[in-house]
Design a protein around this ligand. Structure first.
Ligand code: PLP
Length: 388
């Protein structure tokens, strides 16, 4: 098979992942494996669509969005087996903005919003910065995988009169792809207590063999919002285009009323064109990307475990994020020093994600073989120096 995925050196492009190292970690000379975007040039069909648009050289008002939404609907049907009605779809500048908007327009100030840590840290900010009350029910690590604690979820919901669950599926950072039975159980609890589920499904195209992503709207349509985007799948985050799928009429009205007040209905042409092209022609590209990521996961996992058998590594069912517990070797106070000063690797730290994760770290696997090999090498060299 022809290799159509190309690694790119992104230094000097103002990218957060590499050019932002100095600001984030105080050192620009590090292996960057933090923020969740990819070091792969996006599929050729995206460049072709953008090049074609740029040929004209005029960037006036455009009418592109219906083609983009059609392509999105087709993608969701073919890849995830669910039918999105065109009238359910709304535009957002990003999935993060979209869950802020959901909180603002579907709950009231001080209402409680539940999250299941360890989880993508903007969830906490979104609840706190919108003046809602953050309620956390930790996922439980049983030594092999994370599970939801349904009894605790229900207890937290009723004790705090929770109005909304901000859910992540597949789950960043733990790499779980939730099974149908798990989603059904969660849905049952939320329906019983009239809790809106906002399901962040931005990682839904990164699901590996033997696992299947189940969109939340296949479990329940009322009181449900799915947020997703081509940005994670095809490395387009800078083009700020995401979608909300809102089958529930009442929630859609809430959304529309906010969108009217802030007057945001659609975005920039680059985002639509790139998304449309990627959804129509990018399948082979993302399939190859997933192969690379899974190979990187197996390599890094096996290299680390061979020498450091007491590490705990969450199985990668979905996402491109590897979640590793160094607690058998490092105290929580040593984690950042070890990775930043000794290994010179930039990672996301477990404490950012809450949920008793202070000794865990998150590696971004969407990069070149060389960077993955180098990461394994430096960690193992430093392990030798520390006589682990
Ligand atoms: C779970 C999750 N949601 C949302 C985002 C970001 O979405 P956007 O760039 O569309 O705001 C990320 C990026 O890492 C993510 O992991």
């Amino acid at each position: 098979m022809k290799n159509i995925v190309q690694f790119v050196n992104r230094y000097g492009t103002d990218c957060v992942k590499w050019d932002g190292l100095q600001e984030k970690y105080g050192n620009s000379d590090m292996l960057s494996m933090w923020v969740a975007d990819m070091d792969f040039r996006c599929p050729e069909c995206v460049h072709n669509a953008i090049k074609k648009y740029m040929e004209c050289g005029a960037y006036g008002y455009d009418m592109l969005s219906t083609r983009f939404y059609k392509a999105f609907i087709q993608w969701e049907k073919e890849c995830h087996g669910y039918e999105v009605e065109p009238e359910w779809i709304r535009y957002s500048t990003g999935v993060v903005q979209a869950f802020y908007w959901c909180i603002v327009c579907m709950t009231k100030e001080k209402d409680s919003v539940l999250v299941l840590p360890p989880v993508y840290y903007p969830f906490f900010d979104a609840v706190n910065q919108t003046g809602r009350t953050l309620v956390e029910s930790d996922l439980v690590w049983n030594g092999e995988e994370y599970r939801m604690d349904y009894a605790d979820i229900e207890k937290k919901i009723s004790e705090n009169n929770v109005k909304m669950l901000l859910f992540c599926s597949p789950h960043n950072p733990i790499g779980r792809v939730w099974k149908r039975e798990e989603l059904e159980k969660l849905s049952e609890i939320c329906q019983k207590h009239n809790v809106i589920i906002v399901s962040d499904e931005i990682h839904h195209d990164f699901v590996y063999e033997n696992f299947k992503h189940i969109p939340m709207t296949l479990i329940q349509k009322e009181n449900t919002v799915i947020l997703t985007s081509a940005s994670k799948t095809f490395n387009l985050a800078g083009l700020t285009t995401a979608v909300a799928v809102i089958p529930d009429d009442k929630l859609r009205k809430n959304w529309d009323s906010l969108a009217t007040k802030i007057h945001i209905f659609e975005g920039n042409s680059f985002g639509y064109l790139a998304g449309e092209a990627a959804y129509l022609e990018g399948k082979e590209w993302i399939d190859q990307v997933k192969e690379i990521i899974y190979r990187n996961y197996v390599f890094l996992r096996d290299q680390l475990l061979k020498r450091l058998p007491k590490l705990e590594i969450a199985p990668l069912e979905g996402t491109y994020l590897m979640w590793v517990n160094f607690g058998a070797y490092l105290d929580s106070s040593e984690i950042s020093g070890f990775f930043e000063k000794e290994c010179k690797i930039a990672l996301d730290y477990g404490e950012w994600f809450h949920g008793n994760s202070e000794t865990w770290v998150r590696f971004n696997l969407a990069t070149s073989d060389e960077i993955i090999e180098k990461a394994a090498q430096v960690i193992l060299e430093q392990a030798d120096k520390r006589n682990w």
